[in-house]
Write a protein that binds this ligand. Structure first.
Ligand SMILES: [Zn+2]
Length: 419
């Protein structure tokens, strides 16, 4: 529609970082050359809000907060969004869970992520779906890389989300009866733990999940994918790590009605698609299994289309977080530079600087040195004609020059939607 102000809201996964010695004590965001972003900085507001205070958020909490939904008020467990984003249609009363294909050796954790080719992951997931027999009906579906989703549909008892994760490094926390979030914690004990019932009502759920893990690992080890990878001396998955089981719909208010704008997301990862779907957004899917240049070129094409058909576009960019977890800070700033060259420059051509708003932020900070999420505040740029000029966009300029009324990540969206 001509005349309507458009909003493009980009969440760059784990973009914020700590200063890195090898980068001259700059963060990757600070170090990256961002010539195209400077055009937007000429009229911009900066902010440096916290996401979850002292707690280091996962992506689900960070994205919810950025989109204006307080995780402490809504989150029932990340598994809901993951399975929704995978097209598994979870329902309240069923149990939806995020899965990692990983490996163990002698009862000890070896790797929480074993990456596979798309067809391998698909084949192995289908085999688990077909061959594992437990006391509940379930669906198991491949995700991206090393990820999958599990939905327990009906069983011999009621499902409850009051269970622990068996993925080390993520601890489930509960807030009242409904709210559940996981937090990244350091892995001190590498011995594989069973899923535990946190409340008595979850005893049946824990029992079914432990049975599932045992039987699925047997299916994995007898599969063609496993044996071929052993032959090729590739890393082999032999275990499943489960986390963030959810037993109910988080009930996010419809974002289109809330702000009177028609939203769409351009995303490829199930979690982000799931959150967008939950918020009532339309989805323009992108395939995440490509190189960065191709990925960004596809994204800017889809964003350009989205701007022509919708009022507001939420864009997810994944690579920055994955690279931080691998400690690759050089590749991380290179991704930020590629984003500037391809996506931000593309936006400078299609957005109207007199009317439209570009938001650039992240869901949480991920330290490339510590290789995990941290509780640092997040840098935010809100580019709109009404604001004054800034010369840099990074953690320290946002800390110094940031709008103090945006204290928390959940404050960003109401601020932006009033422009
Ligand atoms: Zn994230």
């Amino acid at each position: 529609m001509v005349g309507v102000n458009k909003t493009v809201f980009i969440i760059v996964d784990g973009m914020a970082d700590l200063p890195i010695k090898e980068l001259g004590n700059k963060t990757p965001l600070d170090y990256a050359i961002k010539n195209n972003l400077h055009k937007f900085l000429r009229h911009s507001e900066l902010a440096y809000p916290t996401v979850l205070g002292k707690m280091a958020p996962q992506s689900d909490a960070g994205v919810m907060a950025d989109l204006g939904y307080d995780p402490i008020k809504y989150s029932t467990g990340r598994g809901w969004f993951e399975c929704l984003g995978l097209g598994m249609k979870p329902e309240t009363g069923q149990l939806s869970i995020r899965i990692n294909f990983g490996s163990v050796y002698n009862g000890m954790l070896k790797d929480v992520r074993v990456y596979m080719q798309e067809d391998e992951l698909e084949e192995l997931s289908n085999e688990i779906n077909d061959r594992v027999k437990i006391s509940a009906d379930f669906d198991f579906k491949a995700g991206v890389g090393y990820r999958a989703g599990l939905v327990l549909r009906n069983g011999g008892g009621r499902f409850s989300h009051f269970v622990s994760n068996n993925e080390p490094g993520y601890t489930a926390k509960f807030f009242g009866n409904k709210i559940k979030l996981s937090f990244a914690t350091e892995i001190n004990n590498r011995r594989i733990q069973k899923i535990k019932a946190i409340r008595n009502e979850a005893a049946y759920t824990a029992e079914v999940l432990n049975d599932f893990i045992l039987k699925a690992s047997k299916v994995i080890k007898s599969s063609k994918v496993y044996n071929e990878r052993v032959k090729k001396r590739l890393p082999v998955p032999n275990y499943l790590f489960l986390r963030d089981a959810a037993d109910s719909d988080p009930g996010l208010e419809d974002i289109n009605r809330k702000y009177g704008r028609k939203w769409v997301t351009v995303a490829g990862m199930p979690l982000e698609k799931g959150i967008a779907l939950s918020a009532g957004m339309s989805v323009l899917n992108v395939n995440e299994n490509k190189n960065i240049k191709e990925d960004f070129e596809e994204k800017i094409k889809k964003i350009t289309y989205a701007i022509s058909k919708f009022d507001a576009v939420y864009v997810h960019i994944k690579q920055t977080d994955s690279l931080s977890h691998l400690g690759k800070f050089i590749d991380k700033y290179a991704v930020i530079e590629a984003m500037d060259k391809i996506i931000i420059s593309g936006l400078s051509r299609v957005m109207d600087p007199n009317k439209d708003t570009l938001v650039l932020t992240c869901d949480h900070a991920t330290s490339s040195k510590l290789k995990r999420h941290i509780n640092s505040n997040i840098p935010v740029m809100i580019a709109n004609d009404r604001f004054r000029s800034h010369t840099s966009f990074d953690e320290s300029s946002c800390r110094t020059d940031g709008n103090k009324s945006i204290k928390k990540a959940v404050d960003i969206m109401p601020f932006v939607m009033k422009l």
